[in-house]
Structure formats: C-alpha cells, structure tokens
Design a protein around this ligand. Structure first.
Ligand SMILES: CC(C)[C@H](C(=O)O)[C@@H](O)C(=O)O
Ligand code: SF4
Length: 403
C-alpha cells in the first residue's frame, strides 16, 4: 500500500535508495555549470548519453558574446559526448519533456527546480543542482530519500473564470513557501478527472514553490490519450489505499481568480481585492502557463481588441508556437498589439527580453515573484492567463468573468 512516489522509487517514505535515472537533463544555464563540474571531476566518458539531454531555453537566442561563447562550448560538448541537444527555439525544458519524452513510472531528474512539472505524467521528477547533475551524468544514477507525501484532494469542478493556475496559487498559499519541504504532493480525488493535461502540468509545476521535491498525478485515460498523440504507449496507474502524511482538501467549485502579490508567491489575494493596480507590463508564458491551452484562452479574450499596456507573449515551445500559427490564434494575439517572443523562458528570470525597470509593475503568468527577479526594482504579480488577458486590455489588474 504505497503512495505513487514510494511505488516508483520502490521503497517506503524515509528510506534512502540508489536508482538509475531514465532521463537527466540540464539547460543552457545549468548545463554550463554541469560541464564545469564534470571537468573538475576529471570525467571523460559518459556511460549513457542517450538518457541525457541538453535543452537551451533560459537565454535564447544568446543575449551577449559571453553567453554565445558558453552556449557554443556546450553545443560542442553535446556533439562529442553524444548527448541529444534541443537548441534555441525548441522551447522550455519542462515543456519539451512533456511533449512525449516523459512516461508514467519514470524517474526524471533535471538541473532546474521546476523539473517537478513532469510529475503530471505519473513520473517521479525532481530538480537537482548542477554538481549533482554532473555526478548523475558520470554514473547514470543517484540516491534519493523517498519523500513523505501530502495529498492534495481535489473535489468538484472549476467554474467561471477559474483556472488550474488559481488552484496552484491556492495550494501554495495554504501550504506556504516552506510548508511541504522535502515532501511529494500527490494530486488525488474526483476533481482530478476534470483537469486537462496542460492544467495538470501547471499544478505540478508549482509544487516546488512549497518546498516540495515532486508533484505527481496518477496516469489515467487522459494521460494515455495525450501521450498517444506523441506516439507514446503507456499503461494507467491505479491508485492504492496508502498513508499520506496529511491531506489538503480543495473544492474546485470554490476557486476564484487569484493573484500572488510582491514579493512572495504564497502571499495571495483575490483578484477582486487588488483590481485597479496599475501595470507597466503583462507577461504570458513560462513553464507554468505558456502552453497551447493558455495561448488559446488568452487569444479568445483579446481577439478583436487592443491591449492597453506592453504585453509580451512567449510560447513555451516550438510545438506550441507552430500550433498557434496554424490555428490562427497567434495572429489574434499579434493583432491585439502583443509582442510575441521566441519559445523559451523569456522574461521570466530577468536575464534578457522584457526586463523591468526600477518601479515598473508586471503581471505575469509565471511561478515566482521574488524581489528583483525580472529586473532590479521591478514588482511582479502572478496570475492565471484569463486574469492576465483582461488586465492587459485594461492596463491595470482586472477580474476575468469567463475563462
Ligand atoms: C536558472 C535555473 C537554475 C532556475 C531554477 O532552477 O529554477 C530558473 O529556471 C528559475 O526558474 O529560477
Ligand atoms: S520559464 Fe521561468 S520558471 Fe520555468 S524554467 Fe524558465 S526561468 Fe525557470
């Protein structure tokens, strides 16, 4: 009788286990540090390069000569070591993982904290540091302490303008930024069924904002049909009776549009309470909310209208961008006056495109609003896509009525 994390890691909570990993990836930022650590360790050959991956997403295309040189070095390393490389323009590592690479039951590690996103497929997926990643690349495996699990028990259905992002902000606010440290969050209950795969990815993505190692859903029919579109065959995972450390009940019928206010992601208000807050920028994208369903929802709201404030839209991957072009929603977004950027992290971490100036205020669909993250002196509010869309049209924080 095990939690899903216990089942995948093959031991009860609290145990330490050594496991091979199915996928171990790094991006352009942490890849540079991983390579540096490998060189310091004197590692020359990597045993299973096919299970490793480099994905360029954080600063793409390169913003300075120094960045370009580091990326060129990493590219050359991938070539000689046989590591598959997804180069600039492919999209955010977590989105690339979710497009047919991750399967139920896998153990996935990534040198990025939001690796927990892949738990949406019933995989145990967690972020590690670059030095740990170097050791994993050199050996093919690592140790884990099997986490205790907090169940997030979902009931009911989302209604009105509420989105999975509002559910994520709800559990982050209720658990707090350290409330689930070293735990796994397992999404359970009848309410799970009504949440799309894109929505499940959003929910798992924010698990790390509570300190959790992983966020995880059982693979069900929806998971299997999503994966089938990528040519991946998988079996469902049937939940067992198991012991959770605690259970957090969330009734989806009660969820309303929410906003995390500066500078903590667990400081959450109803959008209604802070409506009218003046904005300098709206940012739609990231590994939290840059997927096709998000862009479609955004386009539906801004179609035929004009945004009243600088609005940046960065699709999470090439596949998302391509689909948005083919279905025509990208034209709606551009015609509404938005700036569309290349697939990748974009302004999320304040490294390039879309950096905020001193005192500027941004409403973003990302997962973090730490002080100075998008630029020194900038202020970040976090919301759903629908809230971002109506706010972009209003030039100030506004409350969406229908998603
Ligand atoms: C740059 C990277 C190490 C970092 C992370 O791991 O989360 C980034 O993706 C972020 O969101 O802050
Ligand atoms: S989109 Fe933002 S949160 Fe996600 S991996 Fe990139 S920088 Fe990190």
């Amino acid at each position: 009788m095990s939690t899903l994390s216990e089942r995948i890691l093959g031991a009860p909570a609290g145990a330490y286990v050594d496991r091979d990993v199915d996928i171990a990836f790094a991006h352009d930022g942490t890849g540079v540090l991983t390579l540096e650590a490998l060189r310091e360790m004197g590692v020359e050959r990597l045993p299973r390069p096919g299970r490793l991956r480099l994905i360029f997403d954080h600063i793409v295309p390169a913003n300075t000569g120094t960045t370009a040189t580091l990326q060129a070095e990493l590219r050359a390393f991938a070539r000689v070591s046989g590591i598959p490389l997804s180069d600039a323009g492919c999209g955010i590592c977590h989105q690339v993982m979710s497009e047919g690479l991750v399967r139920p039951g896998m153990i996935v590690v990534g040198a990025d904290s939001h690796t927990c996103t892949a738990g949406a497929f019933g995989a145990f997926a967690t972020g590690v540091g670059a030095t740990d990643m170097a050791a994993i690349w050199a050996s093919g495996g690592t140790w884990f302490r099997v986490p205790e699990t907090i169940a997030i028990n979902l009931s009911g259905n989302l209604s009105g303008a509420a989105e999975p992002k509002d559910v994520a902000l709800t559990y982050v606010a209720r658990l707090g930024m350290e409330g689930a440290t070293y735990r796994a969050l397992e999404f359970a209950g009848e309410g799970v069924r009504g949440i799309s795969m894109d929505g499940r990815l959003t929910l798992c993505n924010m698990a790390v904002e509570t300190g959790a190692k992983a966020g995880i859903f059982y693979a069900d029919d929806l998971t299997l049909s999503y994966l089938a579109d990528y040519g991946v065959k998988a079996s469902p995972q049937v939940p067992e009776e198991c012991r959770y450390e605690r259970t957090l009940d969330i009734d989806l019928d009660d969820i309303v549009p929410l906003v995390a206010v500066p500078h903590r992601v667990d400081t959450v208000r109803e959008a209604e309470e802070i409506a009218g807050t003046r904005l300098d920028q709206v940012f739609v994208g990231t590994c939290t909310n840059g997927r096709y369903e998000d862009l479609e929802r955004f386009a539906r709201i801004v179609r035929g209208k004009k945004v009243a404030v600088r609005t940046l839209v960065f699709p999470a991957s090439r596949a998302v961008l391509s689909r948005a072009i083919k279905t025509g929603i990208l034209a709606d977004i551009v015609d509404a006056g938005c700036v569309v950027g290349p697939p990748g992290c974009g302004p999320c971490l304040g490294a390039h495109a879309g950096v905020l100036g001193e005192g500027e205020v941004c409403l973003s669909t990302a997962n973090r609003n730490f002080k100075n993250r998008m630029g020194v002196g900038g202020e970040i509010y976090l919301s759903s896509v629908a809230t971002a869309a109506v706010s972009a049209l209003a030039g100030e924080i506004a409350v969406p009525e229908v998603a």
